[in-house]
Ligand binder design. Sequence first.
Ligand SMILES: [Cu+2]
Length: 524
Amino acid sequence: MKLLVSTVVAAFLALPAFSDTIPITLDIVNADGAPDGFNRSMVTANGTYPGPLITANKGDTLVVTVNNLLNDPTMRRSTSLDFDGLFVNTPDSFNEGSSFVTTCPVAPNASYTYTIPLVDNQTGTFWYHSQLSVQYVDGLRGALIVYDPEDPLQGLYDVDDETTIWQVGDWWHNTTLPLLAGYVATGIVPVSDTGTFNGVGRFNSGPEVPFFVVNVVQGTRYRFRIINTSARNVFTMSVDSHNMTIIETDGSPTSPMTVNSIDLLAGQRYSVVVEANQPVANYWINAPYVGGDPTRNLNQNATLSRAILRYQGAPEEDPTSPMSLGPAGAELNALVEANLRPLVASPAPEPDINITLNLVVTAGKAQWNINNVSYLPPDVPTLVKILDGANSTDDFNVTENTFVLPANKIVQVIFPPSVDDEEHPFHLHGNNFWLIKSNSSEEINTENPIKRDVSGVGSTGTIMRFSTANPGPWFFHCHIFWHFQAGLATVMASGLDETREQVHPTQTWTDLCPAYDALPSDLQ
Ligand SMILES: [Cu+2]
């Protein structure tokens, strides 16, 4: 045992020699933009939607400085950044960015630096977004890629760079404060105007904004990294006349699996290899979406959600083939999540603790309950309460829906089948989970389940397991941010004593709460 430990320590100490510190500055500013041809004020990082691409290599440390310069009163003025899918070790949990769970938001005209070491050799496709209310709906979202210089699947593709990232997302013409007020008044989740592909989209009767063009060279294999940065919509991705071979699921390498259509719920990511093996031409990349009743928003036209795969040598024009919604009928070979397997198979550990979560909506209201509790953000963040000595469930508000768990255990979360027209993409912060039962199948798989950090909860039921070896208060919520805002969230708070021992926040972090609390409500 002693030998083993010293080997592990030696391997760990060898890492920093190869790791870099990646400094990134994001000015969070209101900027006018027209991703789909409709001009509106947005919340952005550095003025663009999507925000600037963040890249790093395995083992690097991200040092992200956020300067909050927001000044548009129709949207939230404070902000907070979450780095979706990254493992965050307990000592760094205070920099994890979840408003009122691990931090307070950053006030207008203030700055904050999130320092996040990339741990556990984690690599893959991630993204960042505001984690304050539904602020990311206003545009504050961007890709975050962690490259693996020793990728075991590198032999399957030739190109993997800033040109091979596909960000699809839902887009609204109105800003979030009025949209949220409408949701609260009616209980009807806002239906998006548009879907965007790398920040470009079209709506019914809108201007013909040029579709995003993905350039390829015949005979080359591309690793496309697909991210659904939506707050609601499900996107279905396909490329006319081309297959997609999935090799990564939410940052976990998966056994190569070839399909021709992939559904992504909000927050989900996949890497796919596409071989440019067809005649030189233009091909549609189809990215139709669903999210609510389209008759509630007549701007919406999912057929217009697409991009162009353009072979070198092809004319600079739209493909001549029909704008379909992708393969259908006998042609369809769609991803079934339950069929995915990890690249390296290993069984899921047996659970020590079982938790059943029942999701119920209050009819006609913007209110979701989990086990009869609708989550409300506390005034004092969960982590602050833990550092101040919280020891049991009683030390948190009932509406924090916080599950106090021991460290170093395996927790199984069971979502019974739920009847609702939308699948809820449940997302665990700071960690990932074994997907024991996918909503896509009746099969229970403890032998070789995939690990991911967002999976759908719906009509057939879902079972996940996660380890509490990395203690902390980890948000666990629906990634339909309208539902999240309506209370569809819990906090999995593990190892409270261990958290106190390991978390030593900076004074700058400690100062965030009094600064935020002192703000008038229109600046919060
Ligand atoms: Cu939901």
